[in-house]
Design a protein around this ligand. Structure first.
Ligand SMILES: Nc1ncnc2c1ncn2[C@@H]1O[C@H](COP(=O)(O)OP(=O)(O)O)[C@@H](O)[C@H]1O
Ligand SMILES: [Mg+2]
Length: 411
């Protein structure tokens, strides 16, 4: 390509009030077909380079540049050059694209200061979105000098800090409906809030939030933990996957149960605390037992929704769960009792369950075939069956969390 380096040498001034961000984009890849493939994902106005050294020789430091490093730059040497360049030029940020994403590679790249790492064959649009996110953060970095015509990206609505509410959905019984409830509640809150809402899958061994929302995660909570020492809100944000139909941001569980023990209570709490700094709600799905991670989550949560099914083993286990929470001095005002399948034609009635648990139910969710149907389609039930009784019950539960909340768009 013969285009002069847009923005790397000269360019037009951008008034401080410009509605769009102007940041140059470079693609660095020695393999021509691969480079063309990457450029095809980014659209017009992108400058190609063969090596990081070549890019380095052309930088002036006067304009912000996002460099998309291709798979040929994933080696130690190229990453070291990229790291030096980024240190020398604060207005340069790199995103790495690889053929296959591994945790080791992600760690190496993030440690070198690369902002995001994506697989080449991943979700369409993911690379352009990552470049846009990085471009916005660069454009907000303090600088003097000039900017050039290149990638117009939308201004963010303003990264004001928020102290979001943390809602942990817990039950001492598997199959009680925690994942169904947490996914739909989070989606419902995401649709109502104009700030980000995040769902964290803290069922670290058998988490199925990603499956229930039909997501293909690039990163999981294990990746977040592996770079916790240099974690900040933009980096954490870049590790989340978006549920496109609702805008919900999701932090998926590890892909394999063996990775679960890499996430301890302190790490989980640190991630949730950082998420609540830019999300209006952080909903957390959990496993069916108390462990350190769950106890840490209960402690930092504003609300704990305790889910119980309508049978004797469920009620027995929830009673034990409640006693445990009382022993741990969990403030009872935090707890909400959710009775799931509350209309089931079984011998228990709601009053009887409430008397046994000595707690009044805050939410009654009916049993409905639309729930397993939604689960099998990978859709949250509030979107799959918007008029069902289950959706209405989940919306009423969401109303309880939205009291006094100014970030809501609509009910
Ligand atoms: N209200 C309901 N009506 C019908 N089926 C339900 C309902 N709630 C949950 N289920 C079914 O129970 C199964 C287990 O729910 P899930 O949320 O995965 O439980 P948990 O996460 O507590 O183990 C789901 O696959 C879903 O089909
Ligand atoms: Mg579950």
């Amino acid at each position: 390509m013969t285009t002069p380096d847009p923005g790397i040498v000269t360019g037009a001034d951008v008034p401080p009030t410009a509605p769009a961000v102007r940041v140059s984009v470079a693609v660095v890849e020695g393999d021509v077909p691969v480079r063309q493939r990457i450029m095809g994902l980014l659209g017009e106005g992108v400058t190609p380079f063969e090596t990081v050294e070549e890019l380095s020789s052309r930088l002036t430091g006067a304009v912000p540049v996002v460099a998309v490093l291709g798979p040929s730059c994933a080696g130690e040497d190229s990453l070291a050059v990229a790291e030096r360049m980024m240190r020398e030029y604060p207005l340069l940020a790199c995103v790495l694209v690889v053929e296959e994403l591994t945790t080791t590679l992600l760690q190496q790249a993030l440690r070198a200061g690369v902002r995001d790492v994506l697989a080449l064959g991943g979700e369409s649009g993911a690379l352009a979105q990552a470049v846009q996110r990085v471009a916005i953060s660069l454009d907000h970095a303090p600088r003097g000098g000039m900017a050039a015509p290149a990638l117009p990206v939308e201004e963010p609505s303003g990264p004001e800090p928020v102290n979001g509410k943390v809602i942990t959905v817990f039950s001492t019984k598997g199959g009680a409906g925690k994942s169904v409830l947490s996914t739909s509640l989070a989606v419902e809150l995401a649709r109502r809030s104009d700030k980000p809402v995040c769902l964290v899958d803290a069922d670290l061994q058998f988490g199925d939030v990603a499956v229930m929302l039909k997501l293909t995660p690039h990163h999981t909570i294990v990746d977040a933990v592996s770079v916790l020492d240099r974690m900040d809100a933009p980096l954490l944000d870049s590790l989340l996957v978006t549920h496109e139909p609702s805008g919900l941001r999701v932090m998926p569980a590890p892909l394999e149960p063996a990775f679960a023990d890499q996430v301890g209570a302190a790490e989980m709490v640190a991630i949730v605390e950082l998420l609540r700094s830019f999300c209006s709600y952080v909903v957390v799905d959990t496993p069916a037992y108390f462990n350190d991670v769950v106890l840490g989550l209960v402690e930092v949560s504003d609300h704990v929704a305790l889910v119980a099914g309508m049978d004797i083993p469920n009620i027995k286990n929830v009673k034990i769960g409640l006693q445990t929470l009382r022993l741990l001095n969990t403030p009872m005002e935090k707890l909400l009792l959710v009775l799931n399948r509350a209309n089931s034609k079984v011998k228990l009635d709601v009053g009887e369950v409430e008397r046994t648990l000595q707690v009044k139910a805050d939410s009654l969710i009916p049993s409905d075939v639309c729930v397993p149907q939604a689960v099998n389609k990978g859709e949250p039930v509030v979107l799959h069956a918007p008029r069902s009784g289950v959706t209405k019950a989940i919306q009423q539960l969401a109303d309880k969390f939205m009291v006094d909340d100014r970030s809501q768009k609509r009910k």
